[in-house]
Design a protein around this ligand. Structure first.
Ligand SMILES: NC(=O)c1ccc[n+]([C@@H]2O[C@H](COP(=O)([O-])OP(=O)(O)OC[C@H]3O[C@@H](n4cnc5c(N)ncnc54)[C@H](OP(=O)(O)O)[C@@H]3O)[C@@H](O)[C@H]2O)c1
Length: 304
């Protein structure tokens, strides 16, 4: 039995695909009120892909109150909620439990690894796109691959094989932290600008001008200090993502419009803090962080 923690877009996408592949799963929700809402809806989960809807019945529990042991915990909360969410099920974990973290950015993974030294903690980089038009309804908007790895152990655990049979397209990666750093760099170069200038991804080069290239050069220096390999093509990769996703509104911009807390602190905030710690000058990134935080404060949104 796998447990998915967090009933948002990505949590429901994982739950739906695992259940569809016949994998027994339980969804862990935050509180009794959310559980009651599921019960009232007969625990029905709507899973939609390319306009085709299917219905499933979910097995839902309150994360904190149930005490059945958890062997495999798949954590699908936002980065800023991750440590508290995993802490809320600590009483259900044993030394045999394994934790798979699906968060974007960096920082949340390290927080959980430090707090849960007795459990094996795996990190993932997800390129699927999912969103929710309504509670208990998830749309799989973009099919991607999930890279999974363990910074402390190069062997994939056996249970990951249960993700096969088309449930989740995944690959093991021996250097998952480098993968996450690269994704963070791409997100740092695009998402904060989309928030600051309230624009789609494709407009970033125009609105940011040379500021974008200064940020990319600083990110290259920062990732070099973290031993991330093959950085020569980072600028090309970033411009390619901008071109490919030109009409997309970044998750950070979407969060701003929906008045939700953004993951800025686990993306650009993390990069700037680490640069300061490593004494790598990043004036363009610092200026971007400051400007973005000021914009969030003007909108009465949390700046961290
Ligand atoms: N969505 C995507 O397409 C996608 C793709 C790649 C990566 N990611 C990453 O995946 C992570 C999750 O993203 P998302 O889009 O799924 O976010 P989301 O829709 O906001 O879902 C997060 C869910 O976590 C729940 N949660 C928070 N704290 C909890 C707790 N203590 N106990 C139980 N549930 C808790 C939230 O419940 P409440 O509503 O009660 O707060 C919410 O349902 C993020 O790091 C994101 O960057 C997402």
């Amino acid at each position: 039995m796998m447990h998915v923690l967090g009933a948002g877009s990505l949590g429901l996408l994982w739950l739906a695909r695992l259940q569809q592949a016949g994998q027994p799963c339980s969804l862990l929700v935050r509180n009794q009120a959310t559980l009651e809402a599921w019960r009232t809806a007969d625990n029905k989960l709507i899973f939609e892909q390319q306009g085709h809807q299917s219905q499933q019945r979910a097995n839902v529990e309150v994360a904190t109150t149930s005490d059945t042991p958890i062997q495999t915990l798949i954590v699908a909360t936002k980065a800023h909620s991750t440590l508290a969410a995993v802490e809320s099920v600590r009483h259900r974990l044993s030394t045999l439990s394994q934790i798979l973290l699906l968060q974007n950015g960096l920082g949340a993974q390290q927080q959980v690894s430090h707090a849960f030294t007795e459990q094996r903690v795996l990190y993932a980089s997800v390129t699927d796109g999912a969103w929710q038009p309504a509670p208990r309804h998830v749309i799989w908007a973009g099919q991607g691959t999930t890279l999974i790895g363990d910074p402390l152990n190069q062997r994939a655990p056996e249970w990951l094989k249960q993700l096969d049979s088309n449930a989740v397209q995944w690959q093991w990666d021996d250097n998952i932290v480098a993968v996450l750093w690269r994704k963070l760099a791409v997100n740092c170069a695009i998402n904060p600008f989309t928030l600051l200038f309230d624009c789609v991804n494709g407009e970033v080069p125009n609105v940011a001008g040379s500021w974008l290239d200064e940020c990319i050069a600083e990110l290259q220096a920062l990732l070099t200090s973290q031993a991330v390999p093959h950085l020569d093509d980072l600028p090309t990769q970033i411009y390619e993502v901008i071109r490919r996703t030109a009409n997309n509104s970044s998750s950070m911009r979407q969060d701003m419009h929906a008045k939700r807390r953004t993951e800025l602190d686990y993306i650009l905030g993390y990069a700037c803090r680490l640069a300061q710690h490593e004494r790598i000058p990043t004036p363009a990134l610092n200026r971007l962080l400051y400007a973005t935080q000021r914009r969030l404060a003007e909108l009465d949104l949390p700046v961290d």
